[in-house]
Design a protein around this ligand. Structure first.
Ligand code: SF4
Length: 466
């Protein structure tokens, strides 16, 4: 008879050598799976969990992937989509699926992925020593609930089959038990059915298997099976929860085509090519340029960064802009980060800005230590005392932005004064006209531009260097 069990494990030659504890249900499950896949072993991919079921590759000669904790359903999804003809089985324990991986499991079920998920529920985290799991029974003691699970304190056990039954996606949901002989025979039949469903393209099949864990339940194998048969099924009733054919539904869905490396290579290569740069008004700052603009919410910090990024794009450069708000509502800390380059930008993260624009004291104190060597720190000298120690290589440039804005009858546009100063540093005067500014903003912007161009040495004296 065909089998996928490795020769060195086959029961006849090494009856006692598995890593499972005596009386554990994992052995039964592997045997049923072996029977169900023996004729398609070469097409079967088993996705193992982190936990006692994670060593399946020691026993079955099929393809294995060990997923990160809780992610087996997600990994199985990816494998199945990339290999639609493969038979993909995810095995997950209750700690793995019902706790850390519940989200992935729910979404795979909801999408109706054509995979088979075997959910081994032994009411505790087995491999790690028997901690409370989402499926631990009320009153059951574990190492983390030594006085027993208390519903008022820990919540009720999660019934995953019933949870999945609320979703439209699954085709087959069942709960079986490794308790009495009759239950075991039924479980074997249902596991085979769930695997056959996938082979027939019927959609997502899920089998919860109530499984004994004598070691962590601190009882004999026989007592553990009795406990499954008599106690566990009171909380987790066995039976077929759903059984519908999703064959048409699975076929009708828009499935992505199989992964083809050639199809993704071309777009990636296009991304790596340098972009065309408009040379009408080139940037005077060394590229790549990174900017941090910081202040309070309401000062126009985000607008400042957004305008710079828009301007860079309209000049043919690449640009990124990331806003960052403090937890407070209006009036709290606000800052944004802009990157600009003639080439594609790999990451928008700015940790060492070459230009800082500080609109208030906390912004100065927080960000000026991060300014890059030979960078420049612009600040509103009406609001900021540049007291914080600054590296000698960083140029400090105070602009009386608030008073200049007031002098232009534009009291809300101190940010535009600073923007004008930045434009004087980075570009020529013409670039200001590329910005979509209203009359008030434009007056303020021109005031900032003019202020900087009339300083001794002009903008060139303050430009960051490499
Ligand atoms: S700890 Fe429990 S689940 Fe793990 S191998 Fe032992 S009996 Fe099986």
């Amino acid at each position: 008879m065909a089998t996928t069990f490795l020769p060195e494990y086959r029961k006849a030659s090494h009856p006692e050598q598995t890593h499972f504890c005596p009386g554990c249900g994992h052995g039964n499950i592997l045997k049923w799976v072996d029977e169900a896949i023996a004729d398609v072993a070469s097409e079967t991919i088993w996705v193992s969990p982190v936990g006692c079921g994670g060593l399946t590759d020691s026993y079955l000669s099929i393809s294995h992937v060990l997923a990160a904790h809780g992610r087996a359903s997600a990994v199985a999804t990816a494998i199945k989509r990339a290999n639609p003809d493969a038979l993909v089985i995810a095995s997950q324990g209750d700690g793995d699926l019902a706790s850390i991986g519940l989200l992935e499991a729910l979404h795979a079920a909801n999408r109706g992925e054509n995979i088979t998920v075997l959910f081994i529920n032994n009411a505790n985290f087995g491999m790690t020593g028997g901690q409370m799991a989402p499926t631990t029974l009320c009153g059951q003691t574990t190492v983390t609930c030594p006085h027993g699970r208390c519903e008022a304190e820990h919540g009720a056990p999660i019934r995953v089959c019933e949870l999945l039954d609320r979703l439209d996606g699954p085709a087959f949901i069942a709960r079986v038990a490794i308790g009495t002989e009759r239950q075991i025979l039924e479980a074997r039949r249902v596991v085979k059915r769930a695997i056959d469903n996938q082979r027939q393209g019927r959609g997502y099949s899920f089998v919860e298997i109530l499984s004994p864990c004598p070691s962590n339940w601190h009882c004999s194998p026989v007592e553990a099976r009795d406990r499954v048969a008599q106690e566990m099924i009171r909380t987790f009733p066995t039976g077929i929860v759903r059984d519908i054919s999703r064959e048409d539904w699975v076929r009708a869905r828009q499935r992505p085509s199989a992964y083809d490396p050639e199809r993704v290579r071309a777009p990636f290569e296009a991304l790596c090519k340098p972009v065309e740069v408009c040379h009408g008004a080139h940037c005077e700052l060394p590229l790549p340029m990174s900017l941090c603009c910081a202040g309070f919410g309401g000062q126009g910090v985000m607008t400042f960064g957004h305008r710079v990024a828009e301007l860079a794009l309209s000049l043919g450069y690449e640009a990124t802009w990331i806003p960052s708000y403090g937890p407070e509502m209006r009036g709290g800390a606000a800052n944004c980060f802009v990157r600009m380059d003639a080439r594609r930008i790999a990451s928008p993260v700015v940790d060492r800005p070459s230009v800082l624009v500080a609109m208030n004291q906390p912004a100065w104190d927080k960000f000026v230590p991060s300014v890059a060597e030979h960078g420049v720190a612009l600040y509103d000298s009406d609001s900021v005392e540049p007291l914080h120690p600054v590296s000698d290589s960083v140029r400090r440039l105070g602009i009386p932005a608030t008073s200049l804005a007031m002098s232009q009858n534009a009291p809300r546009s101190a940010n535009m004064v600073l923007l004008g100063a930045f434009l004087a540093l980075a570009f020529d005067v013409e670039t200001a006209h590329l910005l979509a500014l209203n009359a008030e903003q434009r007056r303020a912007c021109e005031a900032g531009f003019s202020y900087l161009t009339h300083l001794p040495g002009g903008p060139a004296a303050y430009r960051p260097r490499r």
